[in-house]
Write a protein that binds this ligand. Structure first.
Ligand code: ZN
Length: 132
């Protein structure tokens, strides 16, 4: 089955924890063993899995991504958001998570984050669940 999650950001860059929303979609699908594929059909956003217990981890991630790829630079792209395009490619637009006994098979400290690099905006995450 396939569905979509809506994510709203309030800042230019943000990492938003969508783990519970994805888990709800998995539960509602009725699939107990399989794979949950997440995909972002945007060119200035991304998905990643990292620590969700301490919010400082994703704060640090954003601060250093923004240092690595500054907003202003020798960019030619006329839309003025090349930094966001580059961060999207660096972080990646998809994730696969196995489902076991109806739950996302994440590590104890892992959470799923939607990464906004050109916000604030409202975005869509495509969730495709396969299994039995
Ligand atoms: Zn652009």
């Amino acid at each position: 089955m396939r569905t979509y999650i809506t994510v709203k950001s309030k800042e230019r860059t943000a990492c938003i924890d969508i783990t519970e929303t994805v888990q709800d979609v998995v539960r509602d699908s009725g699939i107990t063993n399989g794979v949950c594929h997440l995909f972002v059909a945007h060119t200035t956003a991304a998905l990643t899995i990292n620590e969700g217990a301490d919010p400082s981890v994703m704060r640090d991630m954003l601060v250093y991504l923004n240092k690595l790829v500054p907003f202003d630079g020798d960019y030619h792209h006329s839309e003025g958001n090349s930094a966001a395009h580059i961060k999207s490619t660096l972080v990646g637009v998809s994730e696969n998570i196995f489902i076991e006994q109806g739950k996302l098979l994440l590590g104890t400290w892992q959470a799923v984050f939607f990464c906004e690099f050109d916000g604030p905006r409202t975005r869509k995450v495509t969730v495709t669940i396969s299994g039995t």
